[in-house]
Write a protein that binds this ligand. Structure first.
Ligand code: ATP
Ligand code: MG
Length: 402
């Protein structure tokens, strides 16, 4: 038995009135897009939910596509039945038997929208529940905390039954929260930070710093692959590739002690802010997580973060590595992230990077590096931008320094 309908529910219960309408319109536009390859779908909007009649489309494919839609809170595969008690009972039983995991308890909830249906909802509850029970040894009714709630909606022309509620991606629809620049490394964390930002409705552009030839062409390819994986949740993504070698080697040439990482990360942030301003982006998204490494202690974050004035959006800050890894697996970036690569940050690392840098000291060292502002300008100016289109690759502007 295959579901012939989907019931979609929207997220963010806090939204009201006009905002809610706009929210639902944006989610629906995205849903129509991801389901665009299915020819015969019919959408019916009702009481804040949407029914999608599948018209023969494969449920598994539609379901996989829907799980990538931000703003969709949950959805249910549903089954039509004619307006006859025996048919409803039989389909109810089949739905229960087809559940991925057999429950010990259940309850039936009938909603009668069509008041001309001859049996009221209580009577239908009894008839459907009783039928399922007598055919399912070991199954019990629990009206308070059932493992499965089998819902029966008696609508105007047909009856709709469903028992599963599948969690959607949640969040806000794509592009409804403004634009930000994601600092994308080849690691595990920053792609997850980018996905969480996108889920909150941000349009993301990404920036990556590479130190060719100290970092390889493959490390860059890996970041492009990660950007592609992120682009699969929207449609496309701009990726800015910054030639960082000169900045990094020059800083290292002038200073090699325990504040080196702090200095290099501040230079990165500066360049990122310039690119963000140039592109009209209103925040920087990074994958920092409190306490993970020396540069992510609170004193380090303070000294690094102060170099820019744009809001820093750091969604992983309070998460444990295990939670981040779980998310990375579920969004499909983990297998790419764990491929071997060299991060430009780990080049020329001092033996003991400071966990408690002193801002005044850092600024003093920077002031002594009179070459720095010009190198930062140049790295920003020589940044290559490529448009990552889900499934294909197109160059926007060319590199000068590769
Ligand atoms: P990740 O797994 O995202 O690399 P991390 O735990 O390794 O994070 P760091 O290397 O200290 O941490 O980097 C902290 C953040 O700085 C990253 O999450 C990312 O947002 C940004 N970042 C680091 N290296 C780069 C790079 N080469 N290009 C762009 N952004 C970077
Ligand atoms: Mg890293």
């Amino acid at each position: 038995m295959k579901p012939d309908c989907l019931i979609l529910r929207f997220g963010e219960l806090t939204l009201k009135g006009k905002n809610r309408k706009r929210f639902e319109r944006s989610v629906m536009a995205q849903i129509r897009k991801v389901l665009g390859s299915f020819p015969d779908l019919r959408y019916i909007s009702e009481y804040g939910r949407v029914y999608v009649e599948l018209g023969g489309a494969a449920y598994e494919e539609a379901s996989a596509a829907l799980q990538r839609v931000f703003g969709l809170a949950s959805f249910s595969p549903a089954y039509h039945a004619p307006m006859e008690v025996e048919a409803i009972q039989e389909i109810a039983l089949q739905i229960m038997q087809a559940l991925p995991k057999q429950p010990k308890t259940f309850k039936v909830t009938v909603r009668r929208v069509n008041k001309s249906f001859p049996l009221d909802s209580q009577r239908m509850n009894y008839l459907v529940g009783g039928y399922v029970l007598q055919a399912s040894p070991g199954l019990q009714v629990d009206v308070h905390q059932p493992e499965v709630e089998l819902r029966v909606e008696i609508r105007e022309e047909q009856v709709l039954l469903y028992a599963e509620v599948i969690e959607g991606a949640g969040g806000f629809p794509s592009g409804t929260s403004g634009k930000a620049l994601l600092m994308l490394s080849g690691g595990i964390d920053s792609p997850v930070a980018g996905w969480l930002a996108m889920r909150k409705g941000l349009t993301i552009e990404a920036i990556h710093f590479h130190s060719f030839p100290y970092t390889s062409e493959r490390a860059k390819e890996k970041v492009i692959d990660l950007a592609h994986q992120l682009a699969s949740y929207t449609d496309s993504l701009k990726l800015h590739l910054v030639p960082f070698t000169e900045v990094q080697t020059s800083i290292h040439g002038a200073y090699q002690d325990n504040l080196l990482v702090t200095l290099i990360r501040r230079a990165m942030y500066r360049i990122a802010e310039q690119i963000a301003d140039r592109e009209g982006l209103n925040g920087l998204v990074t994958g920092e997580s409190l306490g993970q490494v020396a540069s992510q202690t609170l004193p380090s974050l303070n000294v690094i973060g102060r170099v820019v004035t744009l809001p820093l959006l750091q969604p992983l800050m309070m998460m444990d590595k295990q939670e981040i890894i779980r998310l990375a697996e579920s969004i499909g970036t983990f297998p790419i992230s764990i491929l071997p690569y060299e991060d430009c940050c780990s080049l020329f690392l001092p033996p003991s990077p400071s966990t408690n840098p002193n801002l005044r000291m850092v600024e003093k060292i920077e002031n002594s590096m009179d070459f720095l502002p010009e190198l930062i300008e140049r790295a920003a100016a020589q940044t290559e931008t490529i448009e990552i289109v889900h499934g294909q690759l197109k160059k926007v502007s060319d590199a000068h320094l590769f």
